[in-house]
Design a protein around this ligand. Structure first.
Ligand SMILES: C[S@@+](CC[C@H](N)C(=O)[O-])C[C@H]1O[C@@H](n2cnc3c(N)ncnc32)[C@H](O)[C@@H]1O
Length: 304
């Protein structure tokens, strides 16, 4: 069994199980995707807080998912009233994630993915896209939301040739993540680090050293894929809506300018077309993307 646990970190993995079984602890109670969320009365308040809106669950609501609570829908609706673009933003961002992983596993030949701030499982999670292109891909997911942990079973279904792992950890502790990820990833070989809509949750003063710490630990030929909210297309409305979020949610979010997002990729070779609004990053002919700019910028960079 590949699961292990120390005092601060929990790791659940398909590694060494030929991708078939889902080794999870006895106290782990996941539920299938698409069902109603757990009954708040049945949940330990310390495990899943159903009274406070959560980033992963509101995001799931905007993406059209069912894994959210009334408080998440309430904040999600208030937010959408002030800033209707958020639905296009969440969907464009998810579509970018799929195209980026397809590029990384395909053209770039990457076989290892570290996806921090995973969110709730949805259509085309990182492992599904990567393993469709390259079945031997290994994926490590990391999130700190107990509800994401409760859904991790859906992320721990790997091809027999590859493997997936879920780490219950906080981005603010990058070293712990790197140590635990080595259960599944070989950090002497290139890794694609995915930081999708998570850096906005970390204030400026803290965020750069965290990204540098992670990139420094990865070998040459590794990649960073990034997407986050900006306030340059409809900045005023997005700023107003974010103020609602930050008053109500458990995890504040900070919008950044595209130039600030670019700085996370300092020292990396930018993959064409560089730092752009998500729908403009290598759109697929006939794809579902909306085709115009939204306040969500993205990029992929390679460590030279
Ligand atoms: C908006 S969702 C994005 C989900 C997915 N990456 C995507 O782009 O569709 C942000 C995710 O980051 C997680 N998150 C926020 N702060 C975190 C932290 N400090 N450490 C780990 N995960 C965090 C949240 O729990 C949530 O699942």
């Amino acid at each position: 069994m590949a699961n292990r646990q120390d005092s601060n970190i929990k790791v659940f993995s398909t590694a060494g199980t030929e991708g078939k079984s889902l080794p999870l602890p006895d106290d782990f109670s996941p539920r299938p995707l698409g069902q109603e969320p757990p009954d708040p009365d049945q949940e330990s308040p310390n495990e899943i807080d159903t009274g406070v809106a959560h980033s992963a669950r509101i995001w799931n609501y905007w993406l059209g998912g069912k894994d959210n609570y009334a408080v998440d829908r309430e904040i999600g609706d208030q937010f959408r009233e002030v800033f209707p673009d958020i639905v296009d933003i969440s969907r464009s961002s998810r579509a970018f994630l799929a195209r980026a992983v397809q590029y990384l596993a395909g053209e770039a030949g990457i076989r290892q993915f570290l996806d921090i701030g995973t969110g709730l499982p949805t259509v085309d999670n990182t492992h599904e896209v990567a393993q469709r292109v390259a079945p031997d891909s290994r994926i490590v997911y990391v999130d700190n939301d107990p509800l994401v942990l409760a859904h991790a079973r859906a992320l721990l279904v790997s091809t027999p040739e590859g493997s997936t792992e879920y780490i219950d950890a906080d981005l603010r502790d990058p070293e712990k993540i790197l140590v635990a990820a080595q259960n599944t990833l070989d950090l002497t070989q290139p890794v694609a680090l995915m930081l999708m809509n998570i850096l906005g949750h970390i204030p400026d003063a803290e965020v750069r050293p965290i990204v540098s710490h992670l990139l420094d630990a990865l070998p040459l030929g590794s990649y960073l894929a990034i997407a986050d909210g900006t306030n340059v297309i409809r900045g005023k409305e997005f700023d107003e809506a974010i103020a609602i979020w930050n008053d109500a949610g458990s995890t504040p979010y900070f919008l950044r300018k595209p130039e600030q997002i670019s700085r996370f990729l300092d020292g990396l070779e930018l993959v064409e077309p560089g730092v752009v609004s998500c729908p403009l990053w290598r759109p697929e002919p006939g794809g579902l993307d909306i085709g115009h700019e939204v306040d969500e910028f993205c990029a992929v960079g390679r460590k030279p």
